[in-house]
Design a protein around this ligand. Sequence first.
Ligand code: GRF
Length: 200
Amino acid sequence: MLCSGGGTNLQALIDAVERGAIDGKIVLVISNASKAYALERARQHGIPAVFVSKKQAGSDEAFNDAILEKLQEAGAQLVVLAGYLPIVGAQIVRAYEHRIINIHPALIPAFCGPGMYGHHVHEAVLRYGAKISGATTHFVDEQVDHGGVIMQRSVPVLEDDTPDTLAARVLTVEHEILPESVRLFCDGKLGVDGRRVHVL
Ligand code: GRF
């Protein structure tokens, strides 16, 4: 798992694994933010938690090399980006082709791409006047928010929504579709055919 923030998506996955809903194990949580509460959540559940400093690494290349090394050392078979902000380096994407899942708080291809993360997404949805939003899980390829869509779930945008109220409504469906997507992956039920992902 790669996380940058509070880790509520990580928590949803921890809970799903602990109740036996996912035939898999979280072997490592890495964050680029030393104070990310996601690291604390991992520690509370006995999951190895590691801070990798982009600054200390000295370059994006070295930063992503360090992350790749830790993922491989841990024997990770799937990488889940849960509230992870840095762009994943090409070396990681190549090493884990169709084995990196990201959760995005909008209905890709809407409101996604560079700079579209966290509240920026919900502000853009409200500014545009969209009537529904939602969350998307997708495989990660070498472009931002571009890989094959695995699952999407929509929520209504309400007249009196603020970015906060919309974010909270979207977060509830994020916590549903991320564990469901990881479960399907662990059960070998995700087939990839070009851009399309099929549930087998
Ligand atoms: C969520 O909106 C997630 O979609 C986005 O980061 C936000 C925080 O996620 N990628 P979390 O609570 O840290 O899992």
